[in-house]
Design a protein around this ligand. Structure first.
Ligand code: ARG
Length: 480
């Protein structure tokens, strides 16, 4: 993200003498309470969004004659200075001012006086924070959508290069049928496509304006919410003030989309790890994504995919955290909601970092086509093709299934694969199923080849090389 790492509570300025922060209170909060309730050490990440929101609000107040044009000019001048201070790292964040909103407002008042004190007219921190999060999340989603596109482009390059590279397809982790490596990778493209759709869809519900809802009941000032929405690029306003300040369903939705995206990348990671194991040996990963062992000199470990698989756990955890945060809250705003930010920020950070590293890692996959083909010749991968062949010669499918099962058993006993049988041997192996042996002709050996099996699956969604190339081309067109 564009923002700096958040400082920890002890880094932040706090006056030793706690003070009550309004005339309503007769004693100051303790230092412990102050630290416990403060959010400035993590919500300062929303400083830019907070300033953007405040400027739009101030502009609306001036247009509506609620504050003077001179006040607006002061606010704009002060905010420009504050933005500069934050960007240069000069802004002094204070725990005494609890959160990003109060810190900025206080500094504004210090810089421009009464105009700063007028900024909060017709507004509450409740609608302010809901607006800031939505602005922040919208930026994060836009960044994630771009990164998904970059990941997809890299994936498509590798899938196209291996559109005709045969590998065993698995079910139950047992060799099932031949597929191409390109087809296998395109399965992950389809998952990522749905992931992108989910984020884009979530963005629609994120992109609505809470501001104007004030604390919970709206405000008596003649505000213009549509103007503020347009200023900030929101599609529309939130239509109920209680709902607008209190619900965080849009954040939960984002975390759910993120959890699914991470789950997909976690599955791919698991495969990369498995394929890289010397026992499988289908691929190698570029050295820069692996580490060695401090004790075993021979080791090259797939740390990056392992960490992606591991980080999926924290993203899933954040989703559960937010669901749990919300489930018992009565309307409207409760301080519980301050706890929405860290899981949300962490989720966005994790997804963004993971997509970046993945796009890079995909291009560093070295495919060992010989090992893939070798594994294919060990699992009777074309047995289904043989059964389909018998069916096409008129044998009912269940009989064909049984005939091929007998042939596989005979091959297993001989320690060979089906194509290594002679025509006579193949017929003999099926002899117990009436009508099977006489239906087998010499052309059966074309059916038993991997290339024949692949080419025959040329329907939409199939693994035939021409189909995989077409799927890649269609995906490229979609991305363009
Ligand atoms: N820091 C608070 C939050 O993150 C801002 C809103 C506080 N509002 C309140 N009434 N205490 O939710």
């Amino acid at each position: 993200m564009t923002d700096q790492a958040a400082p920890q509570p002890h880094d932040i300025d706090s006056a030793n003498t706690s003070k009550a922060w309004s005339g309503r209170f007769s004693e100051p909060v303790s230092d412990l309470v102050k630290r416990y309730t403060a959010s400035v050490y993590f919500d300062q990440r929303m400083a830019q969004q907070d300033i953007r929101g405040s400027l739009a609000h101030a502009k609306m107040l001036a247009r509506q004659g609620i504050i003077a044009a001179a006040d607006l000019a002061d606010i704009e001048r002060g905010m420009a200075q504050i933005l500069g201070e934050i960007e240069r790292g000069e802004f002094v964040w204070s725990l005494d001012d609890e959160d990003v909103h109060l810190n900025i407002e206080k500094r504004l008042t210090a810089l421009v006086g009464d105009a700063g004190k007028r900024l909060h007219t017709g507004r509450s921190r409740n609608d302010q924070v809901a607006t800031d999060i939505r602005l922040w999340l919208r930026d994060a989603i836009d960044q994630i959508l771009i990164l998904i596109g970059e990941f997809q482009r890299k994936l498509l390059d590798v899938a196209e290069a291996h559109a005709a590279t045969p590998m065993p397809g698995f079910t139950h982790l047992q060799v099932a049928q031949p597929v191409t490596f390109g087809h296998h990778l395109m399965a992950y493209y389809e998952m990522s496509r749905r992931d992108a759709e989910r984020f884009a869809d979530c963005r629609k519900r994120v992109n609505r304006l809470p501001l104007g809802s004030a604390a919970l009941a709206g405000t008596s000032y003649p505000i213009d919410r549509e103007f503020v929405a347009a200023e900030l690029g929101f599609d529309e306003v939130c239509y109920n003030s209680l709902d607008a300040v209190s619900d965080r369903d849009f954040a939960i939705e984002f975390c759910a989309a993120a959890a699914l995206l991470m789950t997909h990348l976690s599955r791919l990671s698991e495969e990369l790890i498995l394929w890289m194991s010397p026992r499988v040996g289908f691929i190698d990963l570029a050295d820069r994504f692996c580490t060695g062992s401090s004790i075993m000199p021979q080791k090259k470990n797939p740390d990056v995919p392992e960490l992606v698989r591991g980080k999926t756990g924290r993203v899933n955890g954040s989703l559960i955290a937010l669901l749990t945060l919300m489930k018992g809250q009565p309307l409207a705003y409760n301080k519980d909601n301050q706890e929405d930010k860290e899981p949300l920020f962490d989720t966005a950070d994790t997804v963004i970092d993971t997509l970046r590293i993945y796009a890079d890692m995909i291009t560093g996959i070295k495919v060992k086509a010989d090992a893939m083909r070798g594994a294919l010749s060990q699992g009777y991968a074309t047995a289904t093709d043989l059964a389909d062949y018998l069916v096409k010669q008129g044998l009912p499918f269940r009989d064909a299934h049984e005939a091929v099962a007998l042939a596989v058993r005979a091959a297993e006993g001989r320690g060979c694969d089906l194509p290594q049988f002679s025509l006579e041997e193949l017929r003999a192996a099926m002899a117990h199923v009436p009508g099977a042996a006489e239906r087998v002709g010499p052309e059966v050996f074309e059916v038993l080849t991997v290339e024949g099996s692949l080419a025959s699956r040329s329907h939409v969604g199939g693994t035939a090389p021409e189909r995989v190339r077409a799927a890649v081309a269609a995906a490229r067109k979609r991305l363009a």
